[in-house]
Design a protein around this ligand. Sequence first.
Ligand code: UTP
Length: 412
Amino acid sequence: MADYKEILRKNNQEHILKYIDMANDKQREELVKEIENIDFNELSELYKISNRDKNKALESQLIEHVKFVDKYKMDKNDYKKYELTGEEIIKNGEYAVVTMAGGQGTRLGHNGPKGTFLLNVNPKPKYLFEILADNIKSANKKYGVTLNWYIMTSTENDQKTEEFFEKHNYFDYPKEKIKFFRQGNLPLISEEGKLLIDEDFHIKYAADGNGCIYKSMRLDGILDDMKKNNIKWIFIGAVDNALLNMVDPILLGLTVCENNQIGSKSVVKRSPEEPVGVFCKKDGKPGVIEYTELPTEMAHETDEEGELLFGESHIMCNLYSIDALDKISKENLPYHSAHKKAAYIDEDGKVIKPTKPNAYKYEAFIFDGFAYFDNISILRGRRNEDFAPVKNAEGNDSPATAIELYNNYWNV
Ligand code: UTP
């Protein structure tokens, strides 16, 4: 008993003792176990970044624009070469697809995992997961393969996600070719650096960001599974893009022919103000600047042809060699903090639902994995073919805009 008290005292978390007193036996046992498992050194490092001025961090870096290849403006012979190269790898069964589905989908506000959101497309409504399944199934048919499909969930949504697939008979995708794995999570910290406790007397945790996918793939045996299946190239994409093209031989062929280990699809930014991250080079290494970090002046900068210099949006449409994933999975990606509203119970046991942000959440970002390479192949696609995001409940990037893009693309 003394141990956890000592841990809490040493780490300025003595307020937890009050909750331990309030909890019932089972809750107390679980809470103590959680305390014993927390890495308090990591936690104090995380808390230090809570108020970091992101723009200051950027000032010390050399930011340059990055080259890309336009899918529809390239030389015909190159197009053919990339297509043949990519198709051969896919047909050989050396290609797999990963879906990141561990996010909370806070902006959309759907009750359940985001992939279970029903999009009212023509000719019949489809769930986001169903759209992805259909997309891979049609690639399977085209290339005469059955691609391995890996789906990343989080502690918050793994059970619901797997039950959903079971209930919908895996959307007729061969069940043995689908593998779920779970990302990790990290405690939320209050503005005063204190751990928060939820209604069930557990430490309040949240998913550790899509950048933790690399580590989770290693820890959960997904990389080993890929190696066992002779998979050489892996596509990682988001769950919430109704036009996500997960099997594009041109992106694959381009990356292979440019001798790169990583590749990504971009679309042109709608306007300098569009809230998307854009590709760049940071101190000579490929990366993405978040829209919140891109200085207004740079956001408006153009080249001789009037195109935005920082105009290639990162649309979570990424490609990696197995060696690249192996390499990134051994690195510690930086964490970023976000100021969020987080419900908790106060020291009198009362549930507090804050109306303004009260806690810091820490996340790693998938694109920070690019910095471990000298180059990335970027293929510029088209918004109306590649990008129909479902982010917000209304307005831009909402179900309404995604439905329109989907129906137009499929001509339905
Ligand atoms: P977003 O960053 O848009 O987050 O995720 P979100 O959870 O979908 O939505 P908001 O920000 O809460 O409104 C982009 C992709 O990364 C995945 C999401 O599921 C989505 O496919 N993601 C995000 C994870 O898999 N894990 C995370 O921890 C965060």
